[in-house]
Design a protein around this ligand. Structure first.
Ligand code: GDP
Ligand code: MN
Length: 428
């Protein structure tokens, strides 16, 4: 789970890591005067609060000298769609703006802690050359980037913190402050099961103070059971549907396509999405019903898939390993009695008692399309979704769409259909 800048800086403040004086976040223009007052004397800096970096360059960070200027900036920011290098072309809607007292910047440094999978430890990354993009620096001048591994139990050792501090070319009176800051950040990382803590830039002010001007924080979702304070926060990355799925124990990630997928096992779900894509279709979601593909879980999965109005066909691909295909078939049939299914349903079962399971489905007379292999199922789902869309669009365009669907037999796009890796739940 990721936190917004102001939430990350709240965590910093709690641990006495210096941040700029703040007026907090505003959601409406009416809240601005009070926020300016809380932040103290101007100038101020207004910053859109979205889960994406590169805001500065995209116009999401602006200085204001007077309350009138701040008002104009806030008015433009609230409700704007910010497009940065990290958001994709669709951008993100700005609903919150942070109002901080502006700092006088003398130097910008870079400081972060990330999990280094090869080291099997967190690692502090620091550079005296802040303010620039770290990826760019890593490419062009890797010698400017320092790394120190963090012992997961002992934390960052004093000698390591000092080694980093000296490399930052700080004034002698700031070395101690840097040591204290990087040690506290490493401790924060360990205590909160973080996967990223980033301060870019960490600034030296003209008044000779060291301040975390920006803050990024992500924690490992698998640790939320013991990170109660973080678990209680809203997960801005999850859609309403994803949150609902999580509550009933279903791993679900919404995607842009129109074929709803119901699968058991994360690996099979990935394979199903890739195969749908290979057949020329677009999956509407990643969905892992979990270990018990019983009537209750199948019903819940149906409910979640069908709440996504983009879905034009549903593809069930379930492997009966420990669970028999007959049990799964009964589960699907029970769910179908409860659910009002108004899109085509393709079912592919494989595994223990598969023939008996298929017979149950056929004998029930339920309106579903049986498939034998995954490839067969994917093609049938793609054709069904295209036909459904065409029917909705009216007779005129139907012929065209159906021709498009038949073209699905030849694999088209091979683009990976998988959602961003970090959002896919760990495989079972
Ligand atoms: P990001 O672009 O999303 O990483 O947002 P940052 O919070 O890092 O801000 C981007 C840039 O805006 C910083 O690198 C600074 O150069 C500038 N900036 C942000 N806050 C202040 C401030 O208080 N005073 C001044 N002078 N510049 C600031
Ligand atoms: Mn930044």
């Amino acid at each position: 789970m990721k936190l917004l800048e102001y939430e990350a800086k709240d965590l910093f403040r709690e641990r006495a890591i210096p941040v700029p004086p703040t007026g907090g976040v505003i959601k409406t223009l009416a809240q601005l005067p009070a926020a300016l007052k809380r932040a103290g004397k101007g100038p101020w800096v207004l910053k859109v609060q979205v889960l994406a970096g590169g805001r500065g360059k995209a116009g999401g960070v602006k200085l204001a000298k007077t309350p009138a200027e701040a008002k104009a900036v806030a008015k433009a920011m609230l409700g704007m769609t910010l497009v940065t290098k990290q958001t994709g072309p669709q951008g993100i809607l700005v609903q919150e703006v942070l109002v901080d007292k502006a700092s006088d910047i003398a130097r910008e440094l870079y400081l972060s802690i990330v999990l280094d999978r090869r080291e099997g430890k967190p690692v502090v990354i620091a550079s005296a050359e802040g303010g620039v993009e770290i990826e760019e620096l890593a490419r062009t001048r890797p010698e400017c980037i320092l790394k120190e591994p963090v012992d997961p139990v002992r934390g960052l050792e004093a000698f390591q913190a000092r080694r980093l501090a000296f490399a930052m070319r700080l004034a002698p009176e700031l070395v101690g402050e840097f040591v204290s800051m990087v040690t506290k950040l490493a401790r924060l990382f360990l205590d909160t099961d973080a996967s990223l803590v980033e301060v870019n830039p960490l600034i030296v002010t003209k008044q000779g103070k060291l301040i975390a001007l920006d803050g990024k924080f992500s924690t490992d979702d698998n640790a939320l059971f013991r990170q109660k304070a973080l678990a209680g926060r809203r997960d801005l990355e999850a859609s309403a549907l994803e949150r609902e799925a999580k509550e009933v124990g279903i791993s679900y990630v919404g995607l842009d396509g129109n074929i709803g997928c119901m699968v058991n096992g994360a690996g099979l779900a990935m394979g199903t999405m890739d195969t749908v894509k290979l057949a020329g279709g677009e999956p509407a979601n990643f969905l892992d019903v979990g270990g018990g593909a019983n009537a209750e879980q199948v019903t819940r999965a149906f409910e979640i898939i069908l709440k996504d109005k983009k879905v034009k066909a549903v593809l069930i691909n379930i492997f009966g390993g420990i669970m028999k295909c007959t049990t799964i078939a009964e589960g699907v049939l029970t769910a179908l009695k409860k659910i009002k299914l108004d899109v085509p349903l393709v079912v592919r079962l494989e595994g223990t008692e598969v023939e008996a399971g298929k017979k149950l489905l056929v004998a029930s007379g339920a309106a579903l399309i049986l498939a034998d292999s995954l490839w067969d199922a994917a093609q049938k789902a793609v054709a069904a979704a295209a036909a459904g869309k065409a029917a909705a669009a009216g007779a005129g365009s139907a012929a065209k769409s159906i021709r498009g669907a038949s073209g699905a037999a030849a694999p088209k796009g091979r683009k990976a259909a998988r959602p961003a890796k970090s959002r896919v739940p760990a495989g079972r």
